[in-house]
Design a protein around this ligand. Structure first.
Ligand SMILES: Nc1ncnc2c1ncn2[C@@H]1O[C@H](COP(=O)(O)OP(=O)(O)OP(=O)(O)O)[C@@H](O)[C@H]1O
Ligand SMILES: [Mg+2]
Length: 235
């Protein structure tokens, strides 16, 4: 399998006044093209930090990050910003959508120039929002809004989708629909997906589960058979 992200001996320190917090400690990790990876672990274990150094939202203190064969470790802020824009989709707990635009227009905002109207419609269908295409954000539930943000991220053909607690603000039913939209994006478009979560049940939608504790990877499991989002146990 082809690697899309490689972390080599990665450390991340944060300064807290006089103190130094070690958020990541000697991480070696490969992410492969087309997989769904779920990062699990207790609060403060370094999940967000790991995701952010993988995506180039944050830089490492020590070690190396290779993305699709390119060493991005020493990229400047400006170069990293352009790089993320070109290659990555981001999904956070909050949706960051444009309130005065409808679903279609929000997705269009994320689209790269080569997309036709049909492409946008296809993406909206992938996340299951075709019947909501003309609605404004205040007319949608939290889970539907999160699916708009997934569609918007997909519209730029990202190589990887980085998702930090994408269902953190959602209940079971809507949360599962959001996860299903992510899995569909993976199945239909082949997007590599990394999901950070507290919720162990969510791990079952993926191919590999990375367990973190105190800034280190304590275990990596292979999940031989993905479970459909609607069937996973919730919290
Ligand atoms: N900007 C920062 N400045 C200082 N310390 C930080 C910063 N960001 C994170 N940390 C510390 O690094 C460690 C890892 O934080 P991180 O946010 O990666 O954890 P997490 O696993 O995502 O937690 P949660 O589940 O609560 O989101 C924690 O001890 C945290 O306090
Ligand atoms: Mg976090």
């Amino acid at each position: 399998m082809e690697k899309i992200i490689e972390l080599k001996n990665v450390y991340k320190y944060y300064k807290m006044g006089e103190k130094r917090v070690t958020a990541l400690k000697d991480i070696d990790l490969d992410i492969y093209k087309g997989e769904i990876v779920v990062i699990l672990g207790p609060s403060g274990s370094g999940k967000t930090t790991l995701l952010n150094v993988c995506s180039g939202l944050d830089i490492v203190s020590k070690g190396k990050i290779i993305f699709d064969g390119k060493n991005i470790t020493k990229y400047s802020d400006r170069r990293l910003t352009l790089f993320r824009k070109k290659n990555h989709g981001f999904i956070f707990q909050t949706y960051n959508l444009l309130e005065n635009l409808n679903v279609y227009e929000n997705v269009l905002v994320g689209a790269n120039l080569s997309h036709s109207k049909e492409d946008i419609d296809k993406i909206i269908k992938t996340v299951g929002l075709t019947s909501h295409k003309k609605k404004y954000m205040y007319e949608l539930s939290g889970g539907e809004q999160q699916r708009v943000s997934i569609a918007r991220a997909l519209a730029k053909n990202p190589k990887v989708m980085f998702c930090d607690e994408p269902t953190g603000a959602l209940d079971e039913k809507t949360g599962k629909k959001v996860l299903d939209a992510l899995v569909k994006a993976n199945e239909k478009i082949g997007t590599t997906i990394i999901v950070v979560t507290h919720n162990p049940g969510i791990a079952l939608i993926g191919d590999r589960i990375i367990k973190m504790n105190s800034g280190t990877i304590i275990d990596i499991f292979e999940n031989k058979k993905r479970i459909p989002a609607k069937d996973i146990p919730w919290g």
